[in-house]
Design a protein around this ligand. Structure first.
Ligand SMILES: [Zn+2]
Length: 198
């Protein structure tokens, strides 16, 4: 069997780290890229490399070019007193796409998972707790995905916020074990409308 050059093997291996890309697909991609001009390869390479400089919004944790993201810069959202807590940036974007949420977001960066060593400290829940008070948040929408860990995290979050805060969780239309990022905007809109007191 023919031995392929190391550079091809390395490129295939690098691409298989992407979600949904298996070895076969990665190989096809690399084969196609062997026909690219040098300048094209360099521009794709440097676009990926510049991801290392990606900044996160200091308030919500969303990707941002500046200190604050475009959502946190909106005066109306800052004064709305509503905070939507999501697991990751993809979930935030899915809710934002539905266009029905007009408050602030907070990206948790995961859910509590004792088996994987993810506890309240890893999710910086003390900071979140402080934010709820300093931002005068009156309503919290828990938009965590329905799973054992998601449910446990919601219960924990409820216990750390002031009693005066109205806490709701989206649920309707979100399949068990499903992920917000794969839902269509209409389903997310329905899920937001049908949130229940948690
Ligand atoms: Zn932000």
């Amino acid at each position: 069997m023919i031995q392929l050059p190391e550079v091809i093997k390395n490129a295939v291996e690098a691409l298989t780290r992407l979600p949904g890309v298996g070895e076969k697909t990665a190989f096809r991609m690399v084969m196609s890229m062997t026909n690219w001009k040098n300048s094209e390869l360099v521009s794709v390479g440097s676009a990926l490399a510049s991801l290392q400089h990606l900044k996160l919004c200091r308030e919500c944790g969303m990707f941002s070019d500046a200190d604050l993201c475009s959502i946190c810069l909106e005066e109306q959202r800052q004064s709305a007193g509503i905070l939507c807590i999501v697991e990751n940036a993809s979930d935030l974007m899915a809710i934002e796409k539905s266009g029905h949420f007009k408050g602030l977001y907070h990206i948790l960066g995961g859910v509590l998972n004792p088996l994987l060593g993810v506890g309240p400290d890893e999710l910086k829940l003390d900071e979140l707790k402080l934010k709820v008070v300093t931002k005068n948040i009156q309503e919290i929408i828990l938009a965590l995905n329905p799973s054992v860990e998601g449910d446990a995290t919601c219960s924990y979050l409820k216990s750390i916020f002031p009693q005066s805060v109205n806490i709701e969780r989206i649920g309707f239309g979100v399949p068990i074990g499903g992920s917000l990022e794969y839902l269509d905007p209409m389903t997310i809109t329905k899920a937001l409308e049908n949130k229940k007191r948690f």
